[in-house]
Design a protein around this ligand. Structure first.
Ligand SMILES: *Cc1c(COP(=O)(O)O)cnc(C)c1O
Length: 411
C-alpha cells in the first residue's frame, strides 16, 4: 500500500491548498444559490418545451441567472449550442464583419479555434479569414507568458475584437486568473476603448471568486459539458456579455430577426439548472484532484503545470511524460478506472477540428464531458497529458493510486 501512503502524506501537505479551494467553492455556491433565490426558480422552470420555444420560461430564467452570476447584462445558454467551440465560433461569426480585425492576445488559440479562424494546416470552408476577416496574434514571451508590452503595441485603433484564452489549451503556457485577465484588458482599453474584448472562458468558471466580465471583458463563452454544467448538463454552451453583443450572437445562432426568442428547451433544462447549482462543488472536486496529481508526479521529478501550489485559472493539469507511449499508458489508466467504458483500449486517432491525432480518455456519463475525470493529449512533442475534471475527489484519488502504481512503483 505504498501508493496509498504517498497519497495520505500528500494530503497532509495539500491541506491548506484544499482549504483555499474550499473557500472559493463556498463563495461561488452562495453566489449561485442567491441567484436561484433572486429569480425564484420553481419546478415549472424544468419543464421541457417544444417547437419554436416562444416564451420558454425555464430557458429565459436560466439565462437571467447566468447573466447574474457572470455579472453580465445578458446571456445565451442553449442546448442547441453543440460545444464550447460552437459557442466561441458563434461569438466570432456573430460579431465580426468582412474587413474587421481580430487579434488574439494569448498566442495561437486552441486547436479547434485555429480552424474557425483559418490558420490551421488545411483551413475549412467558411473560416473567418476566408470571409475577409483580418487575423493577427500577439505572441507570448519566450517562456510562454502573456506579454503586456507586445499586446500594447499589437492593438491598434482598427482592432475590432481581441480574443483572450483563459485556459492553456494544448499548450504549456499558464492559465489566466481573473486578475491577470484584468491587466490584459486594461492594456487593451488604454489603446482602444472600442475594441470588443472576448474571453474564451472554457475550464475557468468557478475556479476563482470572480469572472472575466468583472475584469472588463465584453463577452465570454464556454461549454456546458465543462465547469458550469456541473457534470449534469447533457450538452450545450453559453455566451454572456453586453446586451447588444449577445443579441448579435443569438441572431447568428438562430437567424437575424429571430434572436433569443426561439429555441425550445427539449428535455435538457433540469440538468442545466441542477448542474449549475452543483458546479462550484464539482469544480472544487476537480481542483483538489488536479492539485493531488500535480503534487504526486512532481515528487517523482515529472514536470507538471501548474505546480500544486501555483496560481490556477482553470481546472486543467498538465503532466509532461516525454513519449507517446507514456501518454497512452497514462490515459489508459484514466480510462480503465472510469465508470463507463472501462474496458475500452485507447489509441491515437483523427478528431474533427483537430490537426494532430488525439488520444482521449473519457469514460464519462456524458460523451466527451471534461468536467468528468478525463485526459487527452495531441500526438506531438513534448508529449504531455492534459488531465481535468472529476465529479468526486474520491474518484480522482483512487485513480491517482493506480497512476502511482503504474508509473512510480512498477519496476
Ligand atoms: C474545451 C475548450 C474549448 C472548446 O472545446 P469544445 O470541445 O468544443 O467544447 C475552447 N477553448 C478551450 C481553451 C478549451 O479548453
Amino acid at each position: 500500500m505504498q501508493a496509498l501512503k504517498m497519497i495520505v502524506d500528500a494530503e497532509k501537505i495539500l491541506q491548506e491548498r484544499f482549504k483555499e479551494f474550499e473557500a472559493v467553492a463556498y463563495s461561488n455556491q452562495i453566489k449561485v444559490l442567491e441567484s436561484f433565490r433572486k429569480y425564484r426558480v420553481r419546478e415549472n422552470c424544468f419543464a421541457p418545451t417544444s417547437g419554436y420555444g416562444y416564451g420558454d420560461m425555464g430557458r429565459d430564467t436560466l439565462e437571467e441567472i447566468y447573466a447574474d452570476i457572470f455579472r453580465s447584462e445578458d446571456a445565451l445558454v442553449r442546448g442547441q449550442i453543440v460545444s464550447g467551440t460552437h459557442a466561441i465560433a458563434a461569438c466570432l461569426f456573430g460579431l465580426l464583419r468582412p474587413g474587421d480585425e481580430l487579434l488574439s492576445l494569448t498566442g495561437t488559440p486552441y486547436d479547434t479555434l485555429a480552424n474557425i479562424i483559418g490558420i490551421g494546416a488545411s483551413p475549412p470552408n467558411g473560416c473567418l479569414i476566408e470571409r475577409g476577416i483580418d487575423y493577427r496574434e500577439a505572441s507570448l514571451t519566450k517562456n510562454g507568458q502573456v506579454d503586456l508590452e507586445q499586446i500594447a503595441s499589437a492593438v491598434t485603433s482598427s482592432t475590432k475584437m481581441v480574443l483572450i484564452q483563459r485556459s492553456r489549451g494544448y499548450s504549456l503556457r499558464q492559465s489566466l486568473n481573473v486578475e491577470q485577465i484584468k491587466n490584459i484588458i486594461d492594456t487593451v482599453k488604454q489603446v482602444n476603448q472600442q475594441a470588443i474584448v472576448m474571453v474564451d472562458n472554457c475550464y475557468g468558471e468557478f475556479t476563482g471568486t470572480s469572472e472575466p466580465i468583472e475584469a472588463g471583458a465584453d463577452i465570454i463563452a464556454g461549454s456546458l459539458i465543462k465547469n458550469p454544467g456541473g457534470g449534469l448538463a447533457l450538452s450545450g454552451g453559453y455566451a454572456a456579455g453586453k446586451k447588444e453583443l449577445i443579441e448579435a450572437v443569438a441572431s447568428h445562432i438562430t437567424a437575424p430577426g429571430l434572436g433569443k426568442e426561439l429555441g425550445s428547451s427539449l428535455a435538457s433544462i433540469r440538468g442545466f439548472y441542477q448542474g449549475l447549482f452543483m458546479a462550484p462543488h464539482t469544480v472544487l472536486q476537480a481542483l483538489k484532484g488536479s492539485a493531488l496529481i500535480s503534487y504526486l508526479f512532481e515528487q517523482y521529478n515529472y514536470e507538471v503545470y501548474p505546480r500544486w501550489n501555483e496560481n490556477r485559472g482553470d481546472i486543467v493539469q498538465i503532466i509532461k511524460l516525454n513519449s507517446p507511449e507514456n501518454v497512452l499508458k497514462f490515459c489508459q489508466v484514466i480510462q480503465e478506472f472510469s465508470p463507463v467504458d472501462s474496458d475500452v483500449l485507447l489509441e491515437y486517432a483523427d478528431m474533427p477540428g483537430y490537426t494532430d491525432q488525439i488520444v482521449m480518455a473519457a469514460g464519462t456519463f456524458v460523451q466527451g464531458s471534461s468536467i468528468e475525470l478525463s485526459c487527452d493529449a495531441p500526438l506531438r512533442a513534448p508529449y504531455c497529458v492534459f488531465l481535468q475534471g472529476g465529479l468526486t475527489y474520491e474518484h480522482v484519488r483512487y485513480v491517482a493510486k493506480h497512476l502511482l502504481e503504474k508509473f512510480i512503483f512498477a519496476e
